[in-house]
Design a protein. Structure first.
Lengths: 211, 211
DNA sequence: GGAACAATACCCAGAAAGAGGGATTTCGCG
DNA sequence: CGCGAAATCCCTCTTTCTGGGTATTGTTCC
């Protein structure tokens, strides 16, 4: 169960998302914050796995909120959600620690997929926003902060899926790759992290609140 | 690395423990609290894995502190540490959520063993205090609180050790049983918790902050 | 005394993971 | 263009785990 908080000035957007996720028993919108301050307040007592954060928020804007959010709750995943694709917005959000950038206007499928990718440790950037992302900017590694130890995006995705009690076979299906590739990723990660068992990986993922 | 906070009115006791654990690179005393209030304050900003809590504390006594502690930080492990073995003290501490009762006066080995047992999800009760424990009192299950789902102490120990990246073989050595027995425990736990992979066990342990 | 449970240990078969290796494609960078 | 990193896939071999059993020894409980 993924608990989501929607931070958007408009109630109707939150309701729209609720509607879109109505048939997803694994995704639940647990709260709606109309401002950045309200969001930060809610996070003090509401448990959430993912924030859908609009860039345009009254008062303390999305970027500002993102910065505070990332400092105060470094483990929580944030998917920027905005109608704006201007380069300064996209980059700023990613620099401040957003795990992806979803452009408003996409369909339900993109929404679900973006959430899935984000929750799996990946980084979803909508095509429209992707062009704005600075070339060579390692946006997907932002969330690793100072302790970035050289895991690739795919490798992180594999870790998270392993931590979700999945076998190489299942992970292969989810990621649309062969189980052998999953094993390769797994091996590399274990070498990099210097662990000998899956438990070590799971521990790593949990310590970083990836799951 | 196990981070320990010592709560004892006397500085000298904390220093004594520091001395005893000086050669243990895996055990570190990160703080000393002279009162229960001080301990609770420290827990707000100091990360700790284990509390060595004296029953006799000035002001808010050990039992009272234990009660608050258990409510406010349900995941943290607490090993009661006292010179007193009176039945009311021992029982009260265990009832309030202590994970064990170590009598002052034991040697270094008992200290280390008690810490190890506690960190492994077990329940160390010093022989002198054991007689005081109400017969049939399921002290070791206290920390499971409401969500006790029928795991035995040994089974919990196994989970914790699995979560520490250990193989059945290693766990067998640590617990002084054959790896086959470890497997049996493991199997039973997996059935009870309805998980199919080690990752599931690690997740379970982490969710409950056993590791 | 018998039922129930915890803890111990073993057997077996199959699935999965761990540890080596090699190989290809793609893509950005200098 | 060549380099390196990332991502993909494959092979072999060993170890470990997983899921069925069975069985013995205690202890607790009724």
């Amino acid at each position: 169960m993924t608990r989501i908080i929607v931070a958007d000035a408009l109630d109707v957007v939150a309701d729209g998302l609720r509607y879109r996720l109505a048939d997803r028993s694994d995704l639940e919108i647990v709260a709606h914050a109309a401002t950045g301050t309200e969001l930060l307040d809610q996070l003090m007592y509401i448990e959430a796995d993912l924030i859908l954060l609009d860039v345009s928020l009254p008062g303390k804007d999305g970027i500002d909120t993102m910065r505070t959010l990332h400092r105060r709750f470094p483990g929580i995943r944030v998917l920027a959600y905005s109608a704006l694709v201007a380069i300064e917005y996209v980059n700023s959000m990613l620099i401040e620690g957003a795990d992806g950038y979803l452009v408003k206007g996409g369909d339900k499928e993109e929404l679900i997929e973006a959430i899935r990718t984000t929750m799996a440790g990946g980084c979803h950037i909508s095509p429209a926003a992707r062009e704005s992302v600075s070339k060579g900017y390692a946006y997907c590694d932002k969330r690793m902060d100072g302790e970035y130890i050289g895991l690739s995006q795919r490798e992180r995705e594999v870790i998270v899926l392993i931590a979700q009690e999945r076998t190489n076979e299942e992970i292969g299906e989810i990621m649309h790759i062969s189980p052998d590739t999953v094993k390769t990723h797994r091996k590399r990660v274990m070498t990099k992290l210097n662990v000998r068992t899956s438990a070590g990986l799971v521990k790593y993922a949990h310590d970083r609140r990836w799951v």
